[in-house]
Design a protein around this ligand. Structure first.
Ligand code: FEO
Ligand code: CA
Ligand code: CA
Length: 707
């Protein structure tokens, strides 16, 4: 049931930044990126070759290898992406409890819930016939022995044991075959000091201990959870049962760097002359769950944590600037003041420290004492996340977006093949797959380039579509970029991709593979600078200038093989108000769809429907979660499933393999200019002040959600 008991008056009106988001959001999420020059100043080609492909847009594609894995995993009732090859450390007999067996997949398109309307309520709103509950919130105990949270008695020592701030990506990994116990793994992307510390006046006035609390509130949490009765609700297990619970933080956790750039002089610092060991992970945004039962997490807007770029060696300034680090000022606006707690965030003293962030990290949540790793083979950029598919020859494929206006879409294909066995040896082998491979960047080609005028008008061939290629940047230890060593390509991947003529995209965020079809879906959140003076104009893959509402591209790899080096593509959605003629919903009747703006994270249900969460809705509603069928007559019928409370962003959607639970992260509730702990813009979830939290929603009749 929608939680209408908790509807509260919204305090104040959000003052909007350049993109319509609150100025507070602009500062924290991306270090006021809108105020800074677009880091991609390259003049690489953006209008690709005009080709006439005669594509069959909706041609049948053979399901990729991952599809088979997911179908096989459904009986666990849990994580869709987890292979039966890895059932967790306490695998029980393979006969699933009849009660827990996955329901047969509904015919694609059978989304039965009544869409909820756009709203600005300070509540988590779900459709009639559904319920929702908070699973865990900022400050709740994670590690045994964590002190009870008190907003007036915060310490960094306590925060190291408590659930961190601004949960973004989440995944759920099975702990038993019945689907009753699981590991919840969550990213903590960033912190809102205004909304954390009573009496906040300015960042300069924060104490060093408060800075360290913020550092401890970044990172990840691993939380053992259990099903509530026979429902779709989940909760943390009692303290005595927390065998796997763990915090990974920016303050204390040691990471090992691996891959071709590990040990490079570009990664060496005074504290780590080996260039192989880094303390902490920063701005962990989206992520992925591997078929071997580990979790990938993307280090995104790491630039905002560094000062002193003006005093860095001249030789590395172009590299710093290409990642949005200000090389003209000692203290850029919007920096987080972390240098006050740890001088490694001051590039004047430690110029290479920034090179040690911006990676994909891999965590093994099943091994609580394991050392997480940063994989240099996957390149360094503002990694939104990384999601794994399996090529036809069993090599692992990671799809990745670089979330910045005019930046690129990437993929990595491992050198080694995945071992589908169940042994610990097979798992150990698979945990080396991301250490070496081929890193590619996407170049799009078009069927209707001459018709693209930036308005979003559909071309006369009835589709925004074309072919494309994956341009290799590195193969193993060999650079394919003229004038750049392999280490340079991996540490300054954006510069390498500029040289190779990658296609400038409208903020590539989450990229995920449909387990039913192997097709790839990339959310492009928005780009209001598209087509403005001196910037790349609209192209068929990014067809609107001043793109406020974003779009979703659907990629079909050649031969249905995620390891392929070429693809065809089309736009599934061009988002916005369906009444606006420059929107597109895969050809579906626009009078019947929900308005959707700023797609960010995506996932799939067991029927192969796409679920989309949004970040920064520009249509006057709170952000939300939407579902859309991808096949059959319902393809393009977008329906809104939930909205998050006021000021929040919807993150990390995850649907359990049995389809009975939808998890979302409510990130930065109440992130509105002027809001404070004492004067909150949101009082969700507890009625006092805003707290980011993980939520689960389920259907009251126990059937799979959506269908
Ligand atoms: Fe952290 Fe690109 O969103
Ligand atoms: Ca076309
Ligand atoms: Ca995101």
């Amino acid at each position: 049931m929608p939680d209408f008991r908790r509807l509260l008056p919204v305090i104040g009106t959000a003052q909007r930044g350049h993109t319509g988001r609150s100025a507070m959001t602009c500062q924290y999420r991306c270090g006021n990126a809108c105020d800074h020059p677009v880091p991609n100043g390259s003049d690489n080609e953006y209008l690709g070759d005009i080709i006439s492909t005669g594509l069959t847009r909706r041609g049948l594609v053979r399901a990729g290898a991952l599809g088979a894995l997911v179908v096989g995993a459904a009986g666990t009732g849990l994580a869709g992406a987890v292979s039966p090859a890895f059932a967790g450390p306490e695998a029980e007999p393979e006969v699933p409890d009849a009660d827990m067996a996955a329901a047969p997949a509904a015919a694609s398109g059978a989304l039965t819930f009544k869409p909820i309307p756009p709203n600005q309520l300070d509540a988590l709103v779900v459709p009639n016939g559904y319920d929702s509950a908070v699973v865990i919130r900022w400050g709740d105990a994670v590690v045994p022995g964590a002190p009870a949270f008190g907003v007036h008695k915060q310490t960094w020592q306590a925060q190291l044991k408590q659930f961190g701030y601004n949960n973004d990506y989440l995944t759920v990994l099975p702990l038993d075959r019945r689907g009753d116990r699981a590991l919840l793994v969550v990213n903590h992307e960033y912190t809102n000091e205004e909304l954390m510390f009573p009496g906040f006046t300015s960042h300069d006035a924060l104490t060093v201990d408060q800075v360290k609390i913020a550092m401890a509130a970044h990172g990840l949490s691993v939380v053992e959870i259990e099903r509530v009765g026979r429902t779709g609700e989940w909760r943390p297990v009692n303290e005595g049962g927390r065998r796997y619970n763990r915090r990974i933080t920016a303050l204390e956790t040691k990471f090992i760097m691996d891959g071709p750039a590990a040990g490079s002089p570009l990664l060496q610092t005074k504290a780590d002359p080996s260039g192989t060991t880094v303390i902490g992970t920063l701005n962990n945004c989206a992520g992925g769950t591997t078929p071997w039962g580990t979790v990938l997490s993307g280090e995104e807007n790491f630039n905002q944590y560094f000062v002193g770029g003006d005093q860095a060696p001249e030789a590395i300034k172009p590299g710093l600037a290409r990642y949005g680090i200000d090389t003209t000022k000692r203290y850029p606006s919007g920096s987080r003041k972390w240098e006050r707690a740890d001088t490694r965030f001051d590039l004047a003293a430690n110029p290479n420290e920034a090179h040690r962030f911006g990676w994909v990290v891999e965590i093994d949540p099943y091994t609580p004492g394991s050392t997480p790793r940063k994989h240099t083979a996957l390149g360094r950029f503002k990694h939104e996340g990384a999601t794994i598919a399996v090529a036809k020859d069993d090599r692992a494929v990671a799809y990745m977006g670089d979330d910045e206006r005019f930046d690129y879409l990437y993929k990595f294909v491992s050198d080694k093949r995945m071992d589908r066995g169940r042994s610990e040896q097979a798992r150990r082998h698979n945990m080396t797959l991301l250490e070496s491979g081929t890193l590619y960047v996407a170049k799009f080609e078009y069927t209707s380039a001459s018709e693209i005028d930036g308005s979003g008008k559909l071309p006369s061939d009835g589709a925004f579509n074309g072919r494309g290629s994956w341009i290799p940047l590195v193969r193993g230890n060999r650079s394919l970029v003229p004038g750049m060593s392999v280490e340079e390509v991996l540490v300054f991947t954006r510069l390498a991709a500029d040289k190779m003529g990658a296609t400038k995209m409208d903020r590539p965020e989450d990229v995920e593979v449909n387990p039913k079809t192997g097709k790839v879906y990339a959310a492009l959140t928005n780009n209001t600078q598209r087509g403005t003076a001196g910037k790349a104009a609209a192209d068929e893959a990014n067809p609107r200038n001043a793109n406020k509402h974003g779009h979703i591209v659907e990629i079909t790899e050649a031969g249905g093989d995620n390891g392929a080096e070429s693809f065809s593509w089309d736009l599934l959605l061009v988002c916005g108000d369906p009444k606006d003629p420059n929107t597109y919903f895969a050809g579906y009747d626009k009078s019947k769809v929900s308005p959707i703006s700023c797609p960010d994270n995506v996932t799939f249900d067991g029927a192969g429907n796409l679920w989309i969460s949004t970040d920064g809705n520009q249509l006057g509603s709170n952000d939300g979660l939407f579902a859309v069928p991808l096949a059959g007559p319902e393809r393009g019928h977008v329906k809104q499933f939930l909205t998050v409370p006021y000021g929040a962003e919807t993150c990390g959607p995850f649907i359990t393999g049995d389809g009975r639970s939808v998890f979302v992260n409510v990130q930065h509730p109440g992130e509105v200019d002027g809001a404070r702990v004492e004067n909150p813009a949101s009082t969700w979830p507890d009625g006092d002040f805003a707290k980011p939290a993980v939520v689960v929603s389920w259907r009251l009749d126990g059937r799979p959600v959506g269908s």
